[in-house]
Design a protein around this ligand. Structure first.
Ligand code: ATP
Length: 430
């Protein structure tokens, strides 16, 4: 057993097609990353896993998919134009900029000890909408995904059979011109968030806030292998924004210490009130039964998809000594998040009966389950590769398969092998 480091994960991600630095052939661009063939499958699985838990399983939560660019007034109303900053200090020697909390008096780049006074720096990315030079409108790439949920709140209420309490969920990109992007995708400039905005009657705020706090922790405890590495961090009361009564971060113990994974926020009526004020449209809700009219309060749970995937990699990574003295690297990640549920191998690649039988099994499984094919090199090497990307099962078609219709299924975590009848395979691995 070993302690995972950030370097272990950076190297694994590059080596096995999970995450690559963006524009690498041009020297890269700080804070932007691409997902490779394995990473994109994991990320899609993770998003589906969240969607299933938050939307599919609940009668009172619906989803939307909003745009990245919105009317620029949105960001005035939300306060982001005035106040979406980080404090920045600049090293007087190498002129690199840092967030004050990322340095302890010493420049991480050059070791310099003198810095400028902190000044505020807006994280919003600007762009322009329109084609005629004089008529272009300044707009912003959204700094957080949740604003589109507030903008669509009235549309959702008017176009569905939903009543309050009602949740609106969304997964989507957000952009922040972070001062110090780093730690792989932990702090990047383009990333994805999963958001639930849960609209409630003000009298029920306390109850729903507690409910979602517990639900979100349960979600992460089931997702991660080491629940002891999860905790809540309550925001100090004197650091809360004026409309918030309470706020918690779900934190995971990353190699560099406790790190925010998701925020659970008490937003009261702030967002809908602001947008009512700036748009001139009444965003209050009328209860269809009692006729009561009010601005709903909001419990927000907002987390990072990329951050969660990164934590899952930390959580699952092991370097294990095996009985033969060799070390294997294995990703013990949740089976629903693994890029492939199973790998299918023909034991040898020069025996057509074996290869054909393996193909047949691959094709049958592929109708319902994500599987991967590998017929290259020896079985040991194939196992090592699948262990590194976290594939839960490896299925080998061999000579015995031709005799009695069974295959070997090897378990990622225990490395135990059992023989399973071909017709029972699908049930066995799912
Ligand atoms: P931090 O304090 O780490 O900057 P934050 O409190 O500003 O995060 P929120 O605005 O609450 O973050 O965003 C919700 C979630 O979005 C975070 O919990 C995190 O998982 C994710 N997130 C925020 N900023 C980034 C980023 N630069 N890169 C990747 N994920 C991010």
């Amino acid at each position: 057993m070993s302690e995972v480091t950030l370097e272990n994960i950076v190297s694994l991600c590059k080596r096995r097609g999970i995450i690559y630095p963006n524009s690498e052939i041009y020297g890269g661009i700080g804070g932007f990353y691409d997902y490779g063939p394995v990473g994109v499958e994991m990320k899609n699985n993770l998003k589906r896993y969240w969607w299933k838990n938050i939307v599919d399983k609940r009668e009172n939560v619906v989803g939307i998919d909003g745009t990245i660019i919105t009317h620029p007034k949105v960001w005035e109303a939300s306060g982001h134009i005035e106040n979406f900053g980080d404090e920045v200090v600049e090293c007087k020697k190498c002129h690199q900029r840092f967030r004050p909390e990322d340095i302890s008096g010493v420049c991480p780049k050059c070791g310099g000890k003198e810095f400028t006074e902190p000044r505020s720096y807006n994280l919003l990315f600007e762009t322009e909408v329109g084609v005629i030079e004089d008529a272009k409108v300044k707009a912003y790439l959204r700094g957080e995904a949740c604003q589109t949920i507030y903008l669509d709140f009235k549309n959702v209420v008017d176009s569905t059979r939903q009543q309050i309490p009602l949740g609106i969920a969304q997964i989507g990109k957000a952009f922040r011109n972070e001062v110090t992007p780093g730690k792989l995708t932990f702090r990047s400039r383009e990333f994805e968030q999963w958001d639930l905005q849960f609209f409630v009657h003000p009298k029920e705020m306390e109850k729903w806030f507690e409910y979602w706090k517990e639900e979100r922790m349960k979600f992460y405890k089931e997702l991660y292998r080491k629940p002891e590495n999860l905790r809540f961090r309550q925001h100090p009361k004197d650091k809360l924004v004026f409309y918030a009564k309470d706020a918690y971060d779900v934190e995971y113990l990353a190699p560099w210490g406790w790190a925010e994974n998701e925020g659970i926020h008490w937003r009261s009526d702030y967002d809908l009130t602001q947008h009512s004020k700036y748009s001139g449209k009444d965003l209050s809700y009328v209860d269809p039964t009692s006729g009561e009219k009010y601005i709903p309060w909001i419990v927000e749970t907002s987390g990072g998809v990329d951050r969660t995937l990164l934590m899952i990699l930390f959580d699952g990574y092991e370097e294990e000594k095996m009985e033969n003295g060799e070390t294997r690297t294995v990703l013990k990640i949740h089976k629903d998040i693994a890029a492939y549920r199973a790998a299918v191998f023909p034991l040898v690649s020069n025996k057509p009966e074996i290869v054909n039988k393996a193909r047949e099994i691959f094709d049958t499984l592929a109708d319902d389950i994500k599987v991967i094919w590998d017929s290259r090199g020896n079985i040991g090497k194939r196992y090592r590769y699948q262990d590194e990307i976290g594939t839960p099962y490896c299925i080998t078609v061999d000579y015995e398969t031709l005799e009695n219709g069974t295959v070997t299924v090897r378990d990622r975590d225990s490395m135990k092998q059992v023989r399973v009848k071909t017709e029972d395979l699908e049930e066995y691995i799912s």
